[in-house]
Write a protein that binds this ligand. Structure first.
Ligand code: ZN
Length: 412
């Protein structure tokens, strides 16, 4: 048995009020006790820091982790996609190691900035063997792309092969990501959700991301159609029109967990639809949202309706780094009227819930994994007020180096 005791000026469990002069006891990587320290208790004293749950970055594309600057132009969005596709074609050749190097660099960057759980969109070439020994827990959603009806079977074969890997993994949970309404044939979406349900796997999909996507769904026109035609990806028989994100949400709602990535342009009835379904979450990517100069994001409206809102960095193709902490500091600066405790919950528990891991992590609670971070304080009082500032620092990430994820029932 490996017993550890950590002491700090503050512990911020997230599911209850901060504890001054707190102590956390950890046995074999799992939290057993959280309380105030008794005088003269022996423990590793981290001093003037706040211990928080590890951060949850619910949406990334780690294959772009070696990109130094986000792709340009940010607008139009289809121009940005063209740059991304050009990068993939140039860098991800059969002999190149860029994708694997990027995966390794990305998880390390995420961990150093306090992330202990990642929602990752995985493409061809993604492999657990490229992960460093010390790394956050990962939910890897296999990207499925196919707008032509003839691509459906092949994509589903890849999807099933992917989900079957889950049975052999202690490090990664496998899910599916039918990419977006403009890149996934309706039957592929429907059947990938059915497949995920059969494997009890989570599903993530980019949805309601741009105004152009809404136009694409309703009228079957606009810049996406032009782009897809130029890629030779447009189906001969066209696609159904008269649709909206709500039609997609109805399909996603059947998945065991569904992550609506972005949701920048969700309508009120769509917000209500998500809020009424605890298995559904929206992943808001604040700095990526800013990069694309979108209209204000409805995250506070979602929260007011009781929806689960997680946070993500998205990939380095649209964000300068993979720091979920910086997303929180960004939100704190932009929305000073939102309580810091609310923001912290978005970056921890809400992310864990979105990814189906709320029983394993997301708060500092006995029984959960000891996924923790230590953040510098300046000793001025309320740790919640102090902790989310531009000059606060993640001093340490305590993550899964000591422990495998608890899924699969093995806690060895
Ligand atoms: Zn994305």
């Amino acid at each position: 048995m490996n017993l550890q005791r950590l002491k700090a000026n503050w512990i911020v469990p997230v599911d209850r009020l901060p504890i001054e002069n707190g102590l956390i006891e950890i046995v074999d990587g799992f939290i057993t006790t959280v309380r105030a320290t008794e005088p003269y208790e022996v423990a590793t004293d981290l001093g003037d820091v706040a211990i928080l749950p590890g951060l949850v970055n619910a949406h990334t594309h780690l294959e772009f982790s070696l990109v130094e600057q986000p792709f340009q132009p940010a607008l139009p969005f289809t121009g940005w996609i063209r740059s991304l596709v050009a990068y993939r074609r140039q860098e991800f050749t059969p002999t190149s190691t860029v994708q694997r190097d990027a995966l390794s660099a990305g998880v390390t960057e995420a961990e150093l900035s306090g992330t202990t759980l990642l929602g990752e969109i995985a493409t061809l070439g993604w492999g657990e063997d490229a992960l460093p020994t010390h790394c956050p827990s990962i939910i890897a959603f296999r990207e499925l792309i196919g707008l032509r009806p003839e691509s459906v079977e092949l994509q589903l074969e890849l999807a099933e092969e992917w989900l079957a890997r889950g049975g052999h993994s202690k490090r990664v949970t496998y899910g599916l990501s039918p990419h977006a309404p403009y890149s996934v044939f309706p039957e592929l979406l429907q059947r990938s959700v059915e497949l995920a349900t059969r494997f009890d796997a989570p599903v993530a999909m980019h949805l309601a991301e741009t105004r152009e996507e809404l136009e694409f769904l309703s009228d079957g026109r606009g810049p996406f159609v032009e782009m897809l035609m130029s890629f030779g990806a447009w189906p001969e028989g066209g696609l159904p029109t008269g649709r909206r994100p709500l039609d997609i949400l109805r399909v996603l709602a059947d998945a065991p967990r569904a992550l609506v990535v972005h949701g920048n342009y969700l309508a009120d009835d769509e917000i209500e639809f998500i809020a009424a379904r605890p298995q559904m979450s929206v992943v808001f990517c604040p700095r990526t949202h800013e990069f694309f100069r979108h209209e204000p994001h409805p995250w506070r409206k979602l929260l007011a309706h009781g929806a689960n809102v997680a946070l993500g960095t998205d990939g380095r193709g649209s964000n300068p780094d993979l720091s979920l902490w910086k997303e929180l500091v960004f939100l704190r600066e932009r929305f000073p009227d939102v309580a810091p405790s609310t923001l912290l919950e978005l970056g921890t528990l809400a992310g864990a819930r979105a990814l189906g891991c709320e029983h394993d992590c997301g708060t500092i609670t006995p029984g959960k994994r000891a996924d923790l971070i230590a953040v510098s304080l300046r000793g001025n009082g309320d740790p919640l007020e102090e902790v989310l500032t531009a000059d606060s620092k993640i001093m340490r990430t305590f993550g899964r180096e000591r422990l495998p994820p608890s899924r699969g029932g093995e806690h060895a």
